[in-house]
Design a protein around this ligand. Structure first.
Ligand code: PLP
Length: 329
């Protein structure tokens, strides 16, 4: 919590044209502290998706609140705004859109519903650093944006780290307190809290790497374009980018019917394709008992059987992956 953390917070806030940034210990902590900062806890409901990293949903459970899990838009893999209003109750406090795989959610629709019902919006940006929705970086449209700097993320440290961004001074001050002993500016405890600091060494590395975030994202976008061009002739469903958005391809995900067979064959060719995610969050036993699933998640349950993530990162050798795919036939 020295000059590197302070410097990074300033630079990460500036990158988003946001007023404030608070560095924390992980992306999960960013979500938990964001919810705690707006007094979300036992008895409250938070609407999000089941098709996400389990961390999104387990963070809601960790606050004591009840996750209410709804379906996704199958083409974009993000929360279906048309399903939100039917699940709002008197207990609903917030919506957590997840910009999954690097694809921005339909923020206009989400913000409209939130403002109509007096709900907060906490953006889970752990897979979408630098993604753009209608000219605005993700994380800067909702009340709070939450980021992870786990090493594999688009902006990764060499260990754990996370951050929240916000334009709201009260939320900023509360999260600053909650990340360290519940301390106020005079180091007097004001409320019980955990400790979740961004480490000085991680911040120093993130300050250097932030300069390369857009460059690295562009390399991912170029790799995705090469995949798109080569795979268009196959009967696979390729990623669709929401209009007026920049998808930053944390993952390059295709849908195909013989997914398991293709994944196995690629693994035999030393190509490390993956499934994100094999289980919708509501099927994890720890969450199943705590979450509400008001309506069958038809799109979610269908896509988890079809999705395959091809290797993507700034240095990925697309040609060798494509060669391996060609050799499958
Ligand atoms: C990685 C991730 C998280 C959690 O981040 P950690 O730093 O690992 O705690 C939360 N949400 C999503 C969508 C993620 O991909």
């Amino acid at each position: 919590m020295g000059p590197e953390v302070g410097g990074f917070e300033q630079e990460f806030a500036d990158y988003h044209h946001s007023r404030y940034c608070v560095g924390v210990g992980s992306g999960t902590d960013a979500l938990i502290l964001a919810m705690r900062a707006i007094d979300i806890g036992a008895g409250d409901e938070v609407i999000t998706v089941s098709h996400t990293a389990v961390a999104t949903v387990s963070a809601v459970v960790a606050t004591g609140a009840t996750p209410v899990l709804i379906d996704i838009e199958s083409a974009y893999y993000t929360i279906d705004p048309n399903l939100i209003e039917a699940t709002i109750t008197k207990k609903t406090k917030a919506i957590i859109p997840v910009h999954l795989y690097g694809q921005p959610c339909d923020m206009d629709a989400i913000m409209w519903i939130a403002s109509k019902h007096g709900l907060r919006v906490i953006e889970d940006c752990a897979q979408a650093h630098g993604a753009v929705y209608k000219g605005r970086k993700v994380g800067s449209t909702g009340d709070i944006g939450c980021f992870s700097f786990y090493p594999t993320k688009n902006l990764g440290a060499i260990g754990d780290g996370g951050a929240v961004i916000t334009n709201n001074k009260e939320i900023y001050e509360r999260i600053t307190r909650l990340r360290q002993y519940g301390w106020d500016d005079n180091r007097v405890n004001q409320e019980p809290s955990a400790v979740s600091r961004l480490d000085e060494v991680q911040a120093a590395i993130l300050r250097v790497k932030l300069h390369y975030l857009d460059v690295d994202n562009n390399k991912r976008i170029e790799a995705a374009a090469l995949y798109n061009k080569a795979l268009v002739s196959k009967e696979w469903e390729l990623p669709v980018v929401r209009s007026d958005c920049n998808h930053v391809y944390h993952l390059y995900v295709v849908k195909l019917d013989d997914r398991d067979k293709i994944m196995y064959k690629l693994s035999m060719a030393n190509i490390d394709a993956g499934i994100h995610y094999q289980y919708p969050a509501h099927l994890h036993s720890g969450i199943m008992r705590k979450a509400l699933v008001p309506k069958k998640l038809e799109a979610t349950e269908k896509v988890v059987r079809q999705i395959l993530s091809l290797p993507i990162y700034p240095e990925v050798d697309v040609a060798s992956v494509l060669k391996a795919i060609e050799d499958l036939e």
